[in-house]
Design a protein around this ligand. Sequence first.
Ligand SMILES: Nc1ncnc2c1ncn2[C@@H]1O[C@H](COP(=O)(O)OP(=O)(O)OP(=O)(O)O)[C@@H](O)[C@H]1O
Ligand SMILES: [Mg+2]
Length: 500
Amino acid sequence: MEDFALQLKNITKTYPGVLALNDVTLEVIRGEVHALVGENGAGKSTLIKTCTGAVEPDRGKIVVNGKEYPAMSPRLAEENGIAVIYQEFNLVDELSAAENIFLGKAIRKGIRIDRRAMEERSAELFRMLDIAIKPRELVRNLTVGYQQLVEIAKAVSEKAKILIMDEPSAPLTNAEVEKMFEMVDRLKAQGVTIIYISHRMDEIFRLSDRITVMRDGRKIETIATSQTNVEHLVTAMVGRELKETYPARKSSAVKEAVLLETRRLSGNGLKDISFKVHRGEILGFAGLIGAGRTELAQMLFGVRPGTSGEIVFKGKPIAPKIPRDAINSGIALVPEDRKRQGALLEIDIKGNISMTILDRISRMSVVNKGREQKIAETYKDSMRIKTPDLFQKIKNLSGGNQQKVIIARWLAVEPELIILDEPTRGIDVGAKHEIYKLINELVENGKTILMISSEMEELMGMADRIIVLAEGRISGEIDRKDFNQELIMSYASRTEKEAV
Ligand SMILES: Nc1ncnc2c1ncn2[C@@H]1O[C@H](COP(=O)(O)OP(=O)(O)OP(=O)(O)O)[C@@H](O)[C@H]1O
Ligand SMILES: [Mg+2]
């Protein structure tokens, strides 16, 4: 008989109006890497929350270490060595990396908290995982990528026997993802069982032994990774065949006219950034984590104004000090860390979408509810936001669907220049395709896009031109006809000395 680390039997979970899990049975073999895939809202996160006690199933059983439970509790999960890296971060911004790792389980010396010991132990963990973070660094000062690595270190420090990773790679760049893979391999070699959720097929095939596909709250199948391929999985996930990944644009929409130009823009770690983007162009930005891509976006949008240099927009210099300035000029930014910077969790979908356009849909300060509803409805359909209705609070949506709402909010502004920072991170294959189509439509209708992405394939599939940043400077620029992965990588890893 198979040795199972974890078995879920006939798990059902309903929320008002949503059957999140429908009689799901899942068997995880001890020591395997078991991937869990499915579209946004398929029930992946809910399923793993039943394993950790965060969600109590309506029906079904959970079997761990030979014992059967009607539901887990966080304590039971911990006793059974189940650790999880949630899709949403659980770090405390104002504490250091080390303090976060030992949150709730501080090392003590007598009655005093032994800071030194915690810092040393953290440093050791970081060394083992090959992560360049100082234990004393405040989490607030770390980029999203590094925060994620702290999450991983934290989970590993708990001596997990079963480690559940809910989209761990989403905020990481390629180099960091590789580091994380090595870590997964290492943990697997140590006998840890891993459940790995991801929307990225390359990762699924690189890491997993078996794959379970979910759709609409149901388990569709569990299959050995060696017995399947991407096409099969995608079809199982979306329930229909999906042809090309990158939809063709009718024709190049790029015009002669320059919409935005920066001249020697500096500040926030960036140095002498000078580039032009033309109307109707999709200009991609590639680079490693910390290269300054997000900082550049924030500078253009007035989140963090620069210290010197010029931004010329539609032929006139602008100096956005706050986002409202940028919005008024016709610039929108869909931020990278949408959860923190964007989603108003307690507000419903329609309110989240309309918040940027209230002026436009109001008369004498009274919001035209009909128009609000109609606009929200349009985006819900075009972006396939999975929800029973537009009155759902954002916090009740699945991770990917929350992101779609935030993207919809900024598209609703109908800006001339849209900056997309990692627009498809955490978004499923079907919805990605929808977003690509939407981006194409936008440029065909005369909009201009700056697109930051750590997925090189996506940049190469979508952009007309790619600018590569390294260490806060522009290290290269590549035209569509010359796109290739090695070239981008070599520019991205160029250091200052080599660039001269
Ligand atoms: N607390 C809640 N209240 C109401 N509905 C919920 C709640 N939590 C989840 N849901 C719904 O349950 C369904 C499954 O959500 P879940 O988060 O498990 O999806 P997922 O597969 O993890 O998606 P993603 O890939 O977007 O993270 C979704 O329709 C979601 O809106
Ligand atoms: Mg999820």
